[in-house]
Design a binder for this molecule. Structure first.
Ligand code: C5P
Length: 225
């Protein structure tokens, strides 16, 4: 059987992708499936933890995850995660959180006016929930974990982007995930590098999202011990 190394621990996991309303029927969103976050919640339960899963727009209510709190927007996700985090030993931010939201969402559907150019959608920045959690440490000794989905590009490789992000966020661990070209979002397999707050590599993991989840909990359990 699985090791029960999270027995007596309370963990909060966020999963899915937030949606920001443009009007009552439209939103800005992303294509996160929530599979990695759900796998993390299930794995933590299997290892004995009490789990709160805050799920943003998951296709189905997941089973076997413990307490499930469904949310839609980044503001709702932030409130739910912070409320649960005040009692938690560990917070894992696996959700894809919208960096920006429309500044105004009218109560009525935006209409197309023939012959007139569409009005631009003004965006404002969302709070960085992970960065806040890492700064605030809502419970003493809390381990804070983030994810970073990165694409390689001309500015540098996946790991360079991840390293910069790890340093900026201040989380204890950042799980860097290569996405694009059929990897990451929506797929069943993952290929990750885990960095510490200094941006140094502490582990790599390949395999199913369940295997990656257990690799992350192995590292977290070590830090809790
Ligand atoms: O900056 P970026 O969105 O790539 O960072 C990804 C990590 O930060 C994830 O752990 C995500 O859950 C978290 N995040 C957050 N609040 C935001 C944006 C991202 O907590 N506004």
């Amino acid at each position: 059987g699985t090791v029960r190394d999270l027995e007596g621990r309370v963990v909060v996991v966020s999963a899915g992708g937030t949606r920001e309303p443009i009007d009552p029927v439209r939103f800005l969103g992303n294509s996160s499936s929530g599979k990695q976050g759900v796998a993390l919640a299930r794995a933590a339960r299997a290892r004995g933890a009490e789990v709160v899963l805050v799920g943003a727009n998951l296709a189905l209510p997941p089973e076997g995850v413990g307490t499930y709190v469904p949310v839609v927007t980044t503001a709702e996700l932030r409130t739910a995660v912070r409320a649960a985090a005040s009692d938690a030993d560990v917070v894992v931010m696996a959700a894809a959180v919208a960096d920006f939201r429309p500044a105004h969402a009218p109560d009525a559907k935006i209409k197309k006016v023939p012959g007139r150019a569409p009005a631009p959608i003004e965006l404002v920045e969302n709070p960085d929930i992970l960065r806040e959690l890492a700064t605030d440490r809502l419970r003493a000794g809390q381990v804070v974990v983030g994810f970073a989905a990165e694409t390689g590009d001309a500015d540098g490789d996946v790991l360079d982007h991840g390293r910069a992000k790890a340093r900026r966020k201040g989380a204890d661990l950042v799980v860097v995930n290569a996405v694009g070209g059929g990897r990451g979002f929506g797929t069943d397999d993952n290929d990750v590098t885990v960095l510490d707050a200094a941006g140094d590599v502490v582990a790599t993991a390949h395999g199913s999202k369940d295997e990656v989840a257990h690799a992350v909990w192995d590292l977290v359990a070590k830090r809790l011990a």
